[in-house]
Design a protein. Structure first.
Lengths: 371, 371
């Protein structure tokens, strides 16, 4: 458990960014952003739960349905807690807080994942200049601190262990979904949380669909199998992909795998403070393009990782953002041949102040593993 | 797998409701509503994925990022699929579709769970009268059809089995989280999906927080333990709560349990076509109020269940909505004594055209179970 002073400090930093960005009020819904600032959240559902952070010296206001009252009072640092009950208008304390700013058209920054269910009524009932909270929250969360990195290294270690057990379970005749369930169960046994939905265990032609999950295909000799999964500890995620082969790999499969693996290494080598996100993408993509498979690499090279599986920074060909110490993101080039097979290799890295990045997972990938 | 004609029929019904409600275009994000109309969805993340349904005779348009193209073409009935790639403006095909309606201020109904990330730019870039898609989607999904009910009975049976195994694992010295993980693992073993987050296993004073999950408290003699969890099959959820006792229960705990259990039965007895949602709440709440614990029943009596764990109808004291055959919802009265203990009993029911409702779970609850 992180001490409440950590959250108080994060709120103060948020308030500084509000002032710097000309924002009067930040409104977060139940989300990882709420968790980042308070250590408290829940799934966003049908009941309004807002954390409102005005500029200093005003203090944050938590608007919550009654059933969260005890938890909010005992487990967050926020003192101004406003409860609403079934049958009451949950927007009333929100509109009061907006009015208390004393500005006719306040600039209000909205959580990127706030549901339309809450945002549309707000936009209709309040006068404000609405904007995205992302610039503030992304800036806050972009570089992970030492505590966050320690947690992500821990979940990375567990994830390597899960990959070892998952690979060991792959064999001719085994259904994809059997391995997918093993992955989820193993995270639980190791004290981590699996994802809500099944991970990717994609054999043969299913591997050519980057976001295929796992189905009833039985692994066959000659299948490439793409295993891609995430687990979390204390809210922080891992993300790993390996591609293995059942029985014997065809020459083309080996060649495709080698290109992907070289692309991965070329990308990771660029993950150095001062480089750019697009340089990482270009380095990885260049290997695959030079190998003649450029059009088959149909997605970005990577994405940020932390409290969310996909967050900033985006490792794409059009992102000039500089890499800074503490940034964590995936490097995951892939080649997809529809109807035939796919291959992808992924590790997440932490950018260091100096020298090469630290990879958070280290399950071997130098040569395609044949099981 | 449901045949694509089912989805085509659901889209036609949606289009009828659009016309009846004066709506020109329905825009769904990746959500259960998208799944309901196409059999296809994924988690809503940072990439725009919209299903747009205009009134007949216009046809639906699917806007998707490139990596979903193969899946969308092979597994949905939608023919007009518009792909966007990294670096392109994902709103371009959305704005084109809006313009193609040929109306200056079209009425556009927005998915309730669309993220602000997509809605705020849409509201800024397009001129329309924005409204909630809920009236249309809730009406479509409110009464479950025979196929949906069969699936929900199946997941209910599995959920009873999970409860039996979870209760058997409760004993003095066992950590809450151990049982919570067992619940998740057992769903997987039975071929169902558990929830993303840990279920509720709340011992002693933790049971007084209705949305507490599970932590490191070890169960002690005299603890009431609230077990509340959900699992899904083919996208459809179950929801069950039982309260048991470790060792021996105090007299007050037994009295509180009996009130809750009687309230549950009183509520279920009202779940008859033609009754109202508020009558169910009043029946359950009346028992607890008469027993002197009214203020300790701090939430609604129930919520709808289906593709979502919380959906319509709401079983609250201010909902005059009539119960209709095919509606599925929970009846879950509870009593919460902060710092001491809590008790809740929950089953979900299907309203029948005639006679009493069918309970989807049937694990015994007549007397408090002492383990």
């Amino acid at each position: 458990m992180v001490a409440s002073e950590v959250y108080t400090r994060r709120v103060r930093r948020a308030q500084e960014l509000l002032a710097a960005n000309g924002i009067d009020l930040l409104i977060l819904t139940s989300s990882v952003d709420m968790f980042y600032l308070t250590g408290f959240t829940d799934e966003q559902r049908e009941r309004l739960m807002f954390l409102m952070v005005p500029r200093a010296p005003r203090e944050p206001v938590f608007v919550l349905p009654a059933l969260y009252e005890t938890e909010a009072r005992t487990s967050t640092q926020v003192e101004d807690i406003r409860i609403w009950r079934d049958g009451q208008d949950p927007f009333a304390p929100v509109l009061e807080t907006l009015a208390s700013l004393g500005r006719p058209d306040p600039v209000v920054a909205i959580d990127d994942v706030m549901f339309a269910r809450f945002l549309l009524p707000l936009v209709k009932r309040a006068r404000a200049e609405w904007t995205s909270a992302a610039p503030v929250m992304v800036t806050l969360r972009l570089a992970k601190d030492a505590l966050e990195i320690a947690t992500m290294k821990e979940v990375g270690r567990l994830t390597d262990e899960v990959m070892a057990r998952a690979v060991a379970a792959c064999a001719p005749g085994v259904e994809e979904v059997t391995v997918a369930r093993l992955i989820q169960r193993t995270f639980g046994e190791l004290g981590a949380e699996p994802t809500a939905t099944l991970p990717i265990v994609a054999a043969g032609p299913n591997g050519a669909m980057p976001h295929y999950r796992a189905g009833d295909r039985r692994m066959q000799r000659g299948d490439l199998v793409v295993l891609d999964f995430c687990g979390s500890v204390d809210g922080y995620w891992s993300d790993i992909t390996r591609t293995i082969c059942i029985g014997e790999a065809s020459e083309e499969a080996i060649r495709v795998y080698q290109l992907v693996e070289q692309a991965h290494r070329a990308g990771v080598a660029r993950c150095v403070a001062g480089e750019t996100c697009q340089a990482v993408d270009t380095a990885a993509r260049g290997v695959i393009t030079a190998g003649g498979y450029g059009p088959a690499f149909i997605h970005r090279t990577g994405h940020g990782l932390g409290l969310e599986i996909h967050e900033e920074p985006q490792i794409v060909g059009v992102n000039p953002q500089r890499l800074e110490a503490g940034m964590v993101f995936s490097v995951e080039p892939g080649i997809y041949l529809p109807g035939r097979f796919g291959a992808r290799v992924e590790d997440c890295v932490v950018v260091n102040a100096e020298g090469p990045a630290t990879e958070l997972t280290s399950f071997p990938h130098g040569e395609i593993l044949v099981v």
